[in-house]
Ligand binder design. Structure first.
Ligand SMILES: Nc1nc2c([nH]c(=O)n2[C@H]2C[C@H](O)[C@@H](COP(=O)(O)OP(=O)(O)OP(=O)(O)O)O2)c(=O)[nH]1
Length: 163
């Protein structure tokens, strides 16, 4: 079980991003999310985090896979990633701008995915494009050395058994 969830809330050509006011990733623009609480499924957790951090009530979100990170060869953490589409007629003016966790803003995809953008976590422009496609959930594993990505691998996740 990994410790975190993250949700990319998409509306038209933008994603709702949080400029985090605490570590990890303080000062960077990231998707909305947080830590799993005791007994929660990843889906429960991400719907709660979206509600708490943005006020947006989602009924569900699309599971997009796992992002995990290795430091000194050891897997030290990971998050379950989700994507949710807001309806075309969603009014962005309803989105709160200042929340306990930081500042929320709608950012254009081209800005988020720019590989030279130092305002987002380094791994985000690498894994997010896969999650925006209609692809099966994958595991995205990042190896860090001196706080920088030195290796990135993706692998398909086993499909759940249906009976
Ligand atoms: N894009 C990206 N996001 C990451 C990485 N590492 C990492 O923890 N995150 C995300 C996962 C979570 O959504 C968020 C960290 O959540 P958090 O510690 O603020 O959790 P929380 O709000 O529940 O915190 P707390 O109040 O319980 O202390 O950052 C990473 O390498 N890349």
């Amino acid at each position: 079980m990994y410790r975190y969830t993250i949700c990319f809330l998409k509306h038209r050509n933008g994603i709702l991003m949080l400029n985090r006011n605490k570590s990890p990733l303080m000062g960077l623009w990231n998707g909305v999310g947080g830590k799993l609480e005791h007994g929660e499924t990843p889906m429960d957790s991400v719907l709660r985090e979206v509600r708490e951090e943005t006020g947006i009530l989602l009924e569900t979100a699309c599971y997009k896979g796992i992002v995990s990170w290795l430091v000194d060869g050891k897997e030290t953490g990971g998050m379950y990633a989700f994507l949710a589409h807001l309806p075309e007629d969603y009014e962005r003016s309803q989105t709160p701008q200042v929340v306990d966790e930081g500042i929320l803003d709608w950012k254009e995809l081209a800005w988020i995915l720019d590989p030279d953008n130092a305002g987002v976590p380094e791994n985000l422009p690498m894994f997010l494009p896969y999650m925006l496609e209609e692809a099966d959930p994958c595991q995205h594993s990042f190896t860090y050395e001196n706080n920088q990505v030195v290796n990135y691998e993706t692998a398909p996740l086993p499909k759940p058994v249906t009976t």
